[in-house]
Design a protein around this ligand. Structure first.
Ligand SMILES: [Zn+2]
Length: 236
């Protein structure tokens, strides 16, 4: 019985701490236009905890927009991811104290240390650790899913004086935010707290996209006309 619990524990520890490879099959066309299989596109993803740590403090960008001062009352980065990361750290520290172990320098290595120690504990204790680690795994998965359900739209932020292309939409929660000016939009607006109507934002995005489509097709028409003038209509 306890070997099953240990095997389950090992699986959860692997998911939390070990990189995984994701294989995406690829296909192309050969010289005859027939579909051929290409080598898989292999992406190595870090363990769940490392993935969560990556979104705690957004690193990418480097453009001047991200160098904005952050109001003291609001946490920078992704507070949900930060909360999950801290909870896991605290949970790991609790088990280390209980078993009089010395915490290692990374949370991953400390978790693997707990797995090693669990082998010499009774099955009730192992079960308790398994339940806790499964909760960590679940919370990582939830926060990662939410972070990647957050598509970026191309329209600029409608806030006067902002206009940055840093709007983020959370489809599930029907909310949006601008990561530059920190404006927020929701179904139930609350202007006193700086939360505006998501319907108004949707209108703004639709209008902006329609205008850019119109501008793009006009630019293409102008370009086509110029080409036709240069090469003559027969070349078209
Ligand atoms: Zn903005």
């Amino acid at each position: 019985m306890s070997t099953d619990i240990l095997a389950d524990l090992r699986d959860v520890v692997d998911a939390l701490t070990n990189p995984t490879q994701v294989r995406n099959p690829r296909h192309g066309r050969d010289a005859n236009g027939d579909r051929v299989k290409l080598p898989d596109h292999v992406v190595t993803l870090p363990g769940l905890i490392a993935q969560v740590a990556d979104i705690v403090w957004p690193t990418g960008g480097g453009d001047s927009e991200s160098a904005r001062p952050v109001p003291a009352s609001r946490l920078p980065g992704n507070p949900q991811a930060m909360a999950v990361h801290l909870d896991i750290w605290m949970g790991v520290a609790k088990w280390h104290m209980m078993w009089c172990l010395t915490t290692r320098d990374t949370v991953e290595s400390s978790i693997r240390q707990l797995l090693g120690r669990a082998a010499s504990e009774d099955s009730d204790t192992q079960e308790e650790l398994l339940v806790e680690m499964r909760r960590w795994q679940h919370r990582c998965e939830v926060v990662l899913k939410e972070a990647f359900n957050d598509p970026q739209v191309q329209s600029p932020c409608p806030v006067e004086g902002c206009g940055s292309r840093t709007l983020r939409i959370n489809v599930k929660k029907k909310t949006a935010r601008c990561t530059t000016c920190r404006a927020r939009w929701a179904e139930v607006p609350d202007p006193e707290r700086g939360i505006w109507s998501i319907v108004g934002l949707a209108d703004h995005i639709q209008t902006h996209e329609a205008q850019s489509r119109a501008a793009a097709s006009e630019a293409r028409a102008v370009e086509r006309e110029a080409k036709e003038r240069r090469y003559g209509r027969s070349a078209a």
